[in-house]
Design a protein around this ligand. Structure first.
Ligand SMILES: C[S@@+](CC[C@H](N)C(=O)[O-])C[C@H]1O[C@@H](n2cnc3c(N)ncnc32)[C@H](O)[C@@H]1O
Length: 360
């Protein structure tokens, strides 16, 4: 079967590398934030409890070129819809890029009608539509002339980690945090420091991955209701997954007491006491010795002298210290006076950001 995995835009190569390592598939970019690959049911089960960068997995039902809106209807009518969908409510989300004479809503409406018609012809039953809270979610992508219809296998996005009990004002998405660790080539025996850790998302993701813990142990995946999928096989595989208990050297530094408290709450929720140190330190002053420094730098909409001074002083500490690899997410990469050996441009909310990689 053909599968899609959604992830953070700009970090498709990281998710492709992760899926290759975890389940041995060879993925390509479908479009920004989405990769595609051929896989099997076991791959779907394994990625649902092992992937740290995927948001959702989807199974492709239709993938075809189209030239007009009526082609959307025709291509969906040709697909074996009734074999893939249960008799449950469904909803279609449409996404469109390129120049067309119709909207993404038109695409979603045509898909919805074709699904209802095809299902009724095969089973004599009319599938109920629920656009607000459907049991089965279909994604219809139209990128230029490429139309792809896929069924969501995941449900609740995998990036919603259950340890995120205390929310920072500027929280980093857990999948983005882990992707930064992947870029830093972090390994369990490395010393890792996040000098501006906030609620400790990066240090917690590091410890969870080093101990091979399941990132979403609480997930009831959407494929549970789909025909052809064996949810029991998934739950058995997840329960049988073995974790490690390595000695770790991970430090979350933070200037503000409020966020150190928040980091402790999340560390406890992640069951990582004794695995992640949380320390009071000012990144402008504290010396750094670490194999990896991975951090999400503070940013403001306007550049203030404070921000400029912080980036400068932090860069000085990195240069003076003993740091093999620095991976930093910032919306102001030009303020960081360190030479980058690599860079990933990513959207961060509504602003542009970059992950810069330095070998000081
Ligand atoms: C963008 S936030 C990090 C958010 C974090 N990744 C998370 O998911 O919770 C940046 C953090 O740097 C902290 N910070 C700012 N200046 C600092 C300094 N000089 N030393 C240490 N921490 C600082 C802020 O208090 C803030 O919590």
């Amino acid at each position: 079967m053909h599968l899609l995995a959604t992830t953070n835009g700009g970090l498709e190569s990281i998710t492709a590398a992760e899926t290759a390592t975890l389940v041995g598939v060879d993925a390509d970019v479908h479009h920004r934030g989405v990769i595609e690959f051929d896989g099997n049911y076991d791959n779907v089960y394994d990625l649902h409890y092992q992937s740290r960068t995927c948001h959702r997995l989807l199974e492709v039902l239709v993938d075809a070129p189209i030239s007009e809106l009526s082609d959307v209807y025709d291509r969906v009518r040709e697909a074996a819809i009734a074999e893939h969908l249960p008799f449950e409510s469904f909803g279609v989300v449409g996404t469109r890029h390129g120049t067309h004479e119709f909207t993404s809503m038109d695409v979603a409406e045509r898909v919805g009608q074709a699904v209802i018609d095809e299902y009724r012809e095969e089973t004599s039953k009319r599938l109920p539509v629920d656009l607000d809270d459907p049991t089965v979610r279909l994604e219809a992508y139209l990128y230029d002339d490429r139309f792809t219809l896929a069924v969501d296998l995941t449900g609740d996005s995998l990036h919603k980690r259950p340890y995120r009990v205390c929310e920072h004002d500027a929280p980093l998405r857990a999948t983005l945090a882990y992707s930064m660790l992947h870029i830093a080539e972090y390994e369990a025996d490395d010393r890792l420091v996040d000098p501006m850790a906030g609620s400790a998302t990066i240090p917690i993701e590091a410890a969870l991955s080093a101990a091979d813990r399941v990132p979403r142990p609480d997930l009831d995946p959407a494929f549970e209701v789909l025909p052809n999928y064996d949810a029991e096989a998934f739950y058995d595989r997840r329960a049988a997954h073995s974790t490690g208990d390595p000695a770790l050297d991970i430090e979350a530094r933070e200037k503000r007491q409020k966020w150190r408290k928040c980091a402790r709450v999340n560390r406890e929720a992640a069951d990582l006491e004794g695995k992640v140190d949380i320390a009071e330190a000012d990144a402008r002053e504290a010396a750094i010795d670490a194999d990896c420094v991975v951090t999400n730098l503070p940013f403001g909409i306007r550049v203030s002298d404070d921000l400029r001074g912080l980036y400068q002083a932090f860069a000085d500490r990195v240069r003076e210290g003993d740091v093999d690899r620095l991976v930093a997410l910032t919306t102001k990469p030009d303020l960081l006076p360190l030479d980058a050996v690599d860079r990933y441009d990513i959207p961060y909310g509504r602003i542009d950001a970059a992950i810069v990689v330095c070998e000081p």
